[in-house]
Each structure stands twice: as structure tokens, then as C-alpha cells.
Design a protein around this ligand. Structure first.
Ligand SMILES: Nc1ncnc2c1ncn2[C@@H]1O[C@H](COP(=O)(O)OP(=O)(O)O)[C@@H](O)[C@H]1O
Ligand SMILES: [Mg+2]
Length: 337
């Protein structure tokens, strides 16, 4: 859906030149949620802005939906790519519904269809139109405004949505809520989403794949578990930092713990799907009867693929968390250039 092919961006100013993006190549598949993460100034925003041509690469190509976007009309291109930024950017003199229907209006949709679409989008982001459609942005909380911004980005039904630290300014609770909402919306509408954050747990919660950037380069690009298990450089481990143990519990599947454990007949097992995360399993155990003596791990067809006694679970858990969760012995250094 989106290909960056050896893309670089150099900014020239009175004080010198800055290589903001340095030879970045990325492929983002249709329907995927790709997270760009990295320290401030690592080139995330510039990389994103080259996808909707708010910035033009100094060298390299950006292909969207099979077309080199240099050949596309930038205004048209931007109407097919939703864009959400931290500074919301709602128009203060327009109502919530009018803000949401902005792109449909630019696309020339008839009034009725625009209104229906705005209502549908407000429902999707959890703002009942009856209560919110006629309000003005100043009458909303920060979290509600950010929901409107998400609704607006989706309203023209663009195949691609770019989100640049959209939840960065929100309090932790509202932020968590919107992260969950975004996951649900992404599963529902199947857009290709590029999402920027500098928050590690947000990246791991949302990303199908994560691109970790530093100094204008992509240090590693892969599924969350790959960054945990096969960090490309010590910087990857360093950047993930103290969240490592928790992320391991969230992203390693319970089925992986069954392997080397002797499979015995289930006595009183708590049945759980092998694709559940270790953390899900722990939640289930905490909520279950206390006389279970292990987990019955099953597959999609409800066949039991293994049995894990609680005593073995603890041992395997200790191995996994200590092997993968610990940060130690890594050098505090950026990748070599
Ligand atoms: N328009 C610009 N002119 C000059 N330098 C810029 C411009 N935009 C970004 N930069 C510089 O490019 C680098 C990358 O910026 P940015 O892409 O915004 O990083 P991030 O989003 O990862 O924080 C920074 O050093 C920044 O100061
Ligand atoms: Mg930025």
C-alpha cells in the first residue's frame, strides 16, 4: 500500500543542513497498522509528511497504492489520505458535524450523504451525534476533540490514515481509552494506518509492525515480538527499556510455554486458547476457581494441545521473563552510522 524506497530529506537553513531522514526504506501493507517510534528529532514526522506530500523527498521515491506520488496532484492525494495530528486542528467556527464532514464536502458529496456519514463516524468514535453533532469544538474536552479529529480523518473513507502523536496531549486515562478505541476501529474499518508515537507501550499495544527510528534512519522494522526477541542493535533494547518484562508478558503467547513441558492428562484444567498472551492467561487464572491445577491449552478447533501444571507454568514463566525481560549489559549508545 505504501512504499518508501531509499527516501532521504535534507533541510537547508542559514545555520547549515540537517539530514532529517536518511535513506529510509519501508513497506507498509494494506490494512496494516504501522507504528513509527523513536526519540524526538529522529525523523518520524518528516517521514510521515512525505507520504502525503506535505514534504517532498530530497531523494528516493514514495509509492502509494502502486503510484509514484510525484505524479499525483498533491491536493487530490491528501483527500485520499486521512491525517490526524496532536494539535487537533478542528475549525472553531464549524460544528462538530461540519468539521467531520469537511473532506466529504470537498469531495462534493450531496448534503444528505455528508450528514449520514458524519453521524456514522461520530458513532464509530463513541460520540453520539444527538449529543455532539451540533456542538462547537470549544464545548468539548481534549479527548472528545481528539475523537472528532479521528472521525474527520476517516469521513472521506480514505484507504490510508496518518496519525502523528494523536494522543500525545491527553491524560493517561483518556489516552488509554482512545488507544483501545483505535484498536477496535482499526479492526472494524481495515484502514492502512501509520501511527507516530514516542511511547513504547502505545507502540506495542497498537502496532502490527513497529519501525524504530534514530537519527533519521530506521534501526529496526518488524512485529513487536521481533523487536523484543531479536533486537537489531543494543539501541533497540535500550529504547524499549523498563517496559520489556511487561511487554513480554503481553506479547508472548501462552502456547509457547507448552513446548518442552511434559503433556499429562488434564485433571482440573482451566481451558484457554493457545493464542492468549501470558498476561491474559494470568488474568484468567486470577479470576478462576482455585481448585484448578493447571491450564488446558487448546487450538481453534477446541482440541487440547497441551496441559500446563501451575508449578510448571511458574518455572517457564521465570525462564521467559528473566531471559527476555531483563535489561542488562547493554551499552548506552546510538547505532553506529
Ligand atoms: N522544516 C524544517 N526545517 C528545518 N529542519 C527541520 C524541519 N522539519 C524538521 N526539521 C528537523 O529535522 C529533524 C527531524 O524532525 P522530525 O521529523 O520532526 O522528528 P520527529 O518527528 O521524530 O521528532 C529534526 O532535527 C528537526 O529539527
Ligand atoms: Mg514529530
Amino acid at each position: 500500500m505504501i512504499t518508501l524506497d531509499h527516501v532521504s530529506k535534507i533541510f537547508r537553513s542559514a545555520t547549515g543542513t540537517i539530514r532529517a531522514v536518511d535513506d529510509v526504506s519501508l513497506e507498509i501493507s494494506a490494512g496494516e497498522l504501522c507504528v513509527l517510534i523513536g526519540p524526538s528529532g529522529s525523523g518520524k514526522t518528516t517521514t510521515m509528511r512525505m507520504i502525503n506530500r506535505l514534504e517532498v523527498p530530497t531523494s528516493g521515491r514514495v509509492i502509494v497504492n502502486g503510484r509514484d506520488i510525484r505524479l499525483a496532484d498533491p491536493v487530490r492525494l491528501r483527500r485520499t489520505i486521512g491525517y490526524v495530528i496532536q494539535q487537533v486542528g478542528l475549525l472553531p467556527h464549524l460544528t462538530v458535524a461540519e468539521n467531520v464532514a469537511l473532506v466529504p464536502r470537498l469531495l462534493g458529496w450531496p448534503a444528505r450523504k455528508r450528514r449520514d456519514r458524519a453521524e456514522e463516524m461520530l458513532h464509530l468514535v463513541g460520540l453520539p451525534p444527538r449529543d455532539f453533532a451540533a456542538r462547537y469544538p470549544r464545548e468539548l474536552s481534549g479527548g472528545q476533540q481528539q475523537r472528532v479529529a479521528v472521525a474527520r480523518a476517516l469521513a472521506g473513507d480514505p484507504p490510508i490514515v496518518l496519525m502523528d502523536e494523536p494522543f500525545g496531549a491527553l491524560d493517561p486515562l483518556t489516552r488509554k481509552q482512545l488507544q483501545q478505541e483505535l484498536r477496535r476501529i482499526h479492526a472494524e474499518v481495515k484502514k492502512t494506518i501509520v501511527f507516530i508515537t514516542h511511547d513504547v507501550s502505545e507502540a506495542f499495544l497498537l502496532g502490527d509492525r513497529i519501525a524504530l527510528m534514530a537519527e533519521g534512519r530506521v534501526v529496526q522494522y518488524g512485529p513487536p515480538l521481533e523487536l523484543l526477541r531479536q533486537p537489531a542493535t543494543p539501541f533497540v533494547t535500550e529504547f524499549i527499556g523498563d517496559d520489556r518484562g511487561m511487554l513480554t508478558l503481553r506479547h508472548v503467547r501462552i502456547a509457547e510455554l507448552v513446548g518442552p513441558v511434559r503433556t499429562v492428562e488434564a485433571k482440573r484444567g482451566l481451558r484457554i486458547h493457545g493464542s492468549c498472551s501470558i498476561l491474559d492467561a494470568l488474568h484468567r487464572i486470577a479470576a478462576a476457581r482455585s481448585d484448578d491445577d493447571g491450564l488446558e491449552i487448546c487450538d481453534d478447533r477446541e482440541c487440547v494441545i497441551g496441559y500446563l501444571r501451575y508449578t510448571d507454568l511458574v518455572r517457564r514463566l521465570a525462564d521467559v521473563v528473566i531471559a527476555e525481560g531483563e535489561v542488562g549489559g547493554y551499552v548506552d549508545a546510538l547505532p553506529a552510522r
